[in-house]
Ligand binder design. Structure first.
Ligand SMILES: [Zn+2]
Ligand SMILES: [Zn+2]
Length: 140
């Protein structure tokens, strides 16, 4: 998302746009990823030679439950404040790289399908949310 400096009015301006999921750079091989573009809304102000962008980013984060490996999709959002030094030569500022870094820093480290997910028994492999453990039943 590029913001043109000359478009920033004295009272500031609001811009919205999208960031492609590929820009964030996560894939199915990562612990989680975004399957669709992220929504970005920014309130941009210029204070002398600094451009401030108060930014809200929203997306759907897909990952697997850390305990039972069920696939989950959750709304993810973050609020970030960016500042850019500008001078007379600066025509625009680019938000994508800063947003990418903040998104990666603010993803949930570990996601559970539900707070009390019982997970998978490491011995018999049963999903303990839906079946009782076979080990405890004395099968072995
Ligand atoms: Zn689970
Ligand atoms: Zn078991």
């Amino acid at each position: 998302m590029k913001i043109s400096i000359k478009d920033i009015r004295p009272e500031g301006m609001e811009v919205s746009g999208h960031i492609p999921a590929e820009t964030i750079g996560l894939t199915r091989d990562d612990p989680g990823y975004f399957a669709a573009p992220l929504d970005v809304q920014a309130k941009v102000n210029r204070v002398s030679d600094t451009v401030l962008a108060k930014t809200r980013v929203q997306g759907k984060y897909r990952s697997v439950c850390a305990r039972c490996l069920a696939e989950i999709e959750r709304d993810w959002n973050g609020n970030f404040l960016f500042d850019f030094a500008v001078d007379k030569q600066t025509e625009s500022v680019e938000l994508d790289e800063d947003i990418r870094q903040e998104v990666l820093l603010n993803l949930p480290p570990r996601v559970l399908c539900k707070e009390d997910c019982k997970g998978i028994c490491p011995h018999c492999g049963v999903d303990l949310n839906s079946e009782p453990c076979k080990c405890k039943a004395g099968v072995q």
